[in-house]
Design a protein around this ligand. Structure first.
Ligand SMILES: Nc1ncnc2c1ncn2[C@@H]1O[C@H](COP(=O)(O)OP(=O)(O)OP(=O)(O)O)[C@@H](O)[C@H]1O
Ligand SMILES: [Mg+2]
Length: 291
């Protein structure tokens, strides 16, 4: 089972003088269980792309296939709700979309619309709050009285309460302080470990490199690069051509390598990089060459 795009193009304001291609002939597969990162310069089409997966946007041409069914085709007609439910999309700054009086009501909004019983809705609210590490005490509070990070958790809890199989996040860590960022990204990784398929859009190459198993880099609506972080970041020239850099840790390792240090340049986790540098330092000391 997977999310799939077959030759998808999207034209905004088709037929008008302002007609513009936001996506061009995209072919992409998101396999069940994977963590896919989508990167690209501002305006490259990332948000347009992900909004096709839950049918919010329709392709101007091509097909979007969820678990084998073209979601814009005739065969999806009776199953559209069920198919869309599989795909949870968290928009950039989702906290601005909270609108109910209490936290509990906000999280319950989606599952209630699915026509579930009250007890099932309650159960889902409790589970989603636990997943997002939201204290039970917050249930009756107004979402507007909470911190930015808490609001974002509530918005995501609302999406998870629909029990999607695929979770798509548009810049989930944007605007959070470093600690909030780290907590959030760890949470995303944890949800992935628990079995969710995750697609994360991010400007931060560091975040993407650390968490994604596979990357897609968009440029002007087309896929420019695709592969594992190792494969993509081994092409810093192409990335810089389209205004993107490599992760900070990669550029540190590349610089050391250029200076003659015998270090790997394909590590992305801070702990791995630290270990690699310490190993090389120890080797240099043993050789008596100094650092
Ligand atoms: N509603 C719209 N009407 C017309 N053009 C749009 C609309 N939304 C986006 N676009 C245009 O489509 C292109 C892709 O936009 P999109 O928002 O998908 O990019 P993005 O990669 O998500 O950018 P960012 O990193 O800034 O979020 C841009 O040129 C943008 O101006
Ligand atoms: Mg965007």
């Amino acid at each position: 089972m997977s999310l799939e795009m077959k030759n998808v193009s999207h034209i905004y304001q088709k037929g008008s003088a302002k007609e513009s291609y936001a996506l061009r002939d995209i072919c992409l597969n998101v396999n069940e269980g994977e963590f896919l990162g989508i990167a690209g310069h501002t305006g490259s089409g990332k948000s347009t792309l992900i909004q096709h997966f839950n049918g919010l946007l329709k392709p101007s041409s091509g097909e979007v296939i969820v678990d084998g069914v073209n979601i814009n085709g005739k065969e999806a007609k009776n199953r559209l709700k069920a198919l869309r439910m599989q795909v949870g999309v968290v928009f950039q700054y989702p906290e601005y979309q909270l609108f109910e009086e209490t936290v509990e009501q906000d999280i319950a909004f989606g599952p209630r619309n699915l026509g579930l019983s009250d007890s099932e809705v309650q159960q889902r609210v409790v589970e989603a709050m636990e997943l997002l590490k939201l204290s039970k005490k917050l249930r009756k509070k107004s979402p507007f009285d909470l911190s930015g990070g808490q609001k974002r958790r509530i918005a995501i809890a609302g999406v998870l309460a629909m029990k999607p199989k695929y979770l798509i996040l548009d810049e989930p860590a944007a605007g959070l302080d470093p600690k909030g960022r780290e907590e959030f990204l760890e949470l995303t990784a944890e949800l992935h470990r628990q079995g969710l398929t995750v697609v994360m859009v991010s400007h931060s190459m560091d975040d993407i490199a650390r968490y994604a198993q596979r990357l897609v880099v968009l440029e002007k609506g087309s896929i420019k690069l695709e592969g594992t972080p190792q494969q993509v970041f081994a092409q810093p020239d192409i990335l810089s051509e389209i205004g993107l850099g490599v992760p900070m840790l990669t550029s540190l390792l590349l610089e050391l390598h250029e200076k003659g240090w015998d270090v790997r340049t394909d590590l992305f986790h801070p702990e791995d990089v630290k270990r690699e540098i310490l190993r090389e330092l120890a080797r240099r000391e043993r050789q008596g060459g100094g650092v």
